[in-house]
Design a binder for this molecule. Sequence first.
Ligand code: 1OR
Ligand code: 1OR
Length: 376
Amino acid sequence: MSSDSSRRIQVPDELKEVLLQFSIAFLVEQPPDVIDYAVEYFTKLQADRPSVLNTDQSTDDQVSVNSQDADEPPVMATSRRKSVFAEAYDPEADDDDDGATAVFPKTDDQRARLVESVKNVLLFRSLEKEQMNQVLDAMFERKVQPGDYIIRQGDDGDNFYVIESGIYKVYINDKHINTYNHTGLFGELALLYNMPRAATVQAETNGLLWAMDRQTFRRILLKSAFRKRKMYEELLNSVPMLKALQNYERMNLADALVSKSYDNGARIIKQGDAADGMYFIEEGTVSVRMDQEDAEVEISQLGKGQYFGELALVTHRPRAASVYATGGPVKLAFLDVKAFERLLGPCMDIMKRNIDDYESQLVKIFGSKNNITDTR
Ligand code: 1OR
Ligand code: 1OR
């Protein structure tokens, strides 16, 4: 690729991206006038752009309901584009929708291996049983050898792949940016957003992939995946910590979230319990309370766009506090511990900083050195 002999004009990635997103937004919305629409679109884009200087000061030494708001990552990470997945696809307007679904017969062994491989595929989570069976029927096996190119950047999307085994390296403009180790999926972006392949994927080792063709992908998977990504987009954009994630990583996070609702007063987390995941607040508020002698004392309130339950996952200790739904029904997005470990690595430093903050608050409130984070 870089050894390409023909001299080509370099189109900056940012330009490509901005124009692609603009075009998609235009096609989806079909406004009457291109220029008017462009002015409106780019004005909004400019207004939404994270400001260049992070003026947020975190010197607040009160017990702050909003202490998480100070955890914006450095500007470099935030200046990335905000969102593609809202504009990129309108499931209702999708016409790639007819024809019968392919069926690839499988031996019992193959089917069992396939079921195992797709077990952790987040995109499949929201499928109903019947759709899931259609998906399994439609997938076919592909063996690969070291050096095989599975996907080339810039190509049209044909298949989407779930990894059964093998190591795969991902390159953008010849730069190695990601590696899959015997698990995961790739090739969904081009099919989901109807755009050229965003990256090249090459096998490092022998491996086995399960493929699904574009038609089936779009017909069965796309609508549910898209809805979910769109549903969580606003939430994920409103959590300052998650700005440390790439857009693509936030989309994967959306696939992994599960909605949960709690009535006013319900206990969401019990102090001392083992932890199975963390929560982001979509709607409502929660009260964080700690056992203090015979009573529970409220130590914090959290609201929309904030998160809790991360502490036990980071420290591998029991829950440090109890958390209750307050102020009407509370809507939460739950992230289980496995997905947390896989997806929130880039946010770890920010979470740890906030945890340091808990510690100093603890000393302030209870006047003693705490043990919420020591690992013994
Ligand atoms: P695709 O259909 O575009 C290439 O074909 C695939 O590589 C793509 O779907 C993804 O499944 C996969 N950015 C874009 N695509 C990625 C990335 C990625 N990682 C894997 N793929 N990253 C962002 C880099 C700026 C890496 C994030 C860790
Ligand atoms: P967890 O997994 O331990 C309880 O489950 C959650 O309450 C915890 O994660 C945090 O997400 C959340 N100290 C400890 N945990 C807190 C605190 C907190 N606030 C929220 N949580 N402090 C409050 C600081 C404003 C310090 C103790 C006084």
